[in-house]
Design a protein around this ligand. Structure first.
Ligand SMILES: Cc1ncc(C[n+]2csc(CCOP(=O)(O)OP(=O)(O)O)c2C)c(N)n1
Ligand code: SF4
Ligand SMILES: [Mg+2]
Length: 363
């Protein structure tokens, strides 16, 4: 006899009116969440750096998912810093997988739960199955196994927590490291003054375009309600979901530890990380239009990893941001268009400390 597979349907948090909040001209009241869940499957006592963006993301994803969750974590900071021998901060089942096989391990878990429930060996309901892979894993070493899980449409949520580097092994460049971001493998110098020369891989668009039957979304730690709702939408979607979450790395990016959430907003307001959602039913993208548009320097100047930039590098980044604004259907104000001219940033070359002093990544 085959038993029915009953699935959770997690309610969404109320976002109504948050975008139009008037008490903060930047509309930031939209981030306040009075009904934040009390359960905390990612408990205090982990060992990540102060202000660690991936740890914040982990906590909110797990709050949104709740206690009936099963997790996988490919090698990276969120494995190594979170779990030492026989001790982890998870109150739910969690497994470490090799960095390349987070997707295949999760596919196996999903298939096994389906089979066990059908055979009456697991009482159900079907748990929330989540893998949280770093950008090195999700966009590079483990890309194939995650793509396989999405392609076969296993009922699980595949999350990339993106700290734009291979953090755990010492801040090496990854495919999502931004143009001109300094890492230990992309140092700046006379030959390559910008540090990293390549633009970042557009991982989330690649996942949406390549797996059009999947729920795909981007979000950041600057937007907790958005992050938690997209977690729940991805889990409610029957089939595979992919969430790409921007998560600053204090150690690798060199910024004040209290600024993690602020960076999560500024990267969006600077046009450098578009926030959107792809609906597999209609095959349409819904883009978030932030109420504030900033020059990229408002974002770059907060981080030591950009402390070496010359005017032409900043102009190139502003050109990319302006293209992003157009791509998501927003106008580019004249002040931001002016920023495409290196001459606009000449002041930076003349004032030694107009950008934060670069004390080296990983310092
Ligand atoms: C096949 C393989 N190559 C290299 C490593 C070494 N390694 C361990 S953690 C890590 C960094 C992973 O980066 P990412 O996935 O972005 O996670 P983060 O450390 O940034 O959290 C690397 C390269 C490994 N464990 N396995
Ligand atoms: S190195 Fe970065 S990602 Fe790793 S624990 Fe520290 S802040 Fe978090
Ligand atoms: Mg990483």
């Amino acid at each position: 006899m085959a038993y029915e597979v009953v699935r959770h349907n997690l309610p969404l948090f109320d976002e109504e009116g948050r975008g139009a909040a008037t008490d903060d001209e930047a509309g930031r009241d939209r981030h306040y969440l009075p009904d934040f869940p009390e359960e905390d499957p990612y408990a205090a006592g982990h060992r990540t750096c102060a202000g660690c963006g991936p740890a914040i993301q982990y906590r909110w994803v797990l709050k949104a998912a709740g206690e009936d969750s099963v997790l996988a974590g490919p090698t990276g900071c969120m494995y190594v810093a979170n779990s030492t021998y026989l001790c982890t901060p998870y109150t739910v089942p969690w497994a470490h997988t090799p960095i390349a096989s987070g997707g295949s391990f999760t596919s196996g878990m999903a298939a096994a739960y389906e089979a066990m429930i059908r055979k009456g060996r697991h009482p159900g309901p079907y748990p929330n199955i989540i893998v949280m892979a770093g950008d090195g894993s999700a966009s590079d070493i483990g890309l194939g196994s995650i793509s396989g899980g999405l392609y076969r449409n296993h009922d699980a949520l595949f999350v990339c927590y993106d700290n734009e580097c291979y953090a755990n092994t010492g801040i090496q460049t990854s495919p999502t490291t931004p143009y001109a971001g300094m890492t230990t493998f992309t140092p700046f110098g006379k030959a390559i003054p910008e540090g990293k020369k390549l633009p970042p891989k557009n991982l989330a668009k690649m996942m949406a375009e390549g797996h059009p039957h999947c729920y795909v979304a981007t979000t950041t730690v600057g937007y907790p309600v958005d992050l938690m709702n997209k977690t729940r939408k991805g889990l409610n979607h029957v089939g595979a979901g992919f969430l790409h979450c921007y998560t600053p790395c204090q150690k690798g990016w060199v910024y004040q530890t209290s600024m993690t959430v602020e960076l999560g907003r500024r990267v969006v307001e600077a046009g450098l990380f578009p926030v959107w959602e792809y609906d597999p039913a209609t095959r349409e993208y819904r883009y978030f239009h932030p109420p504030v548009q900033r020059p990229v320097t408002d974002y770059l100047a907060m981080q030591g990893r950009f402390g070496h930039l010359l005017p032409e590098h900043i102009a190139a980044l502003q050109r990319g941001a302006n293209q992003n604004w157009r791509d998501i259907g927003m106008d580019v104000p004249a002040s931001l268009r002016d920023g495409e001219d290196p001459g606009h940033h000449k002041r930076l070359a003349e004032e030694t400390y107009s950008m934060p002093l670069n004390r080296g990544v990983g310092a």
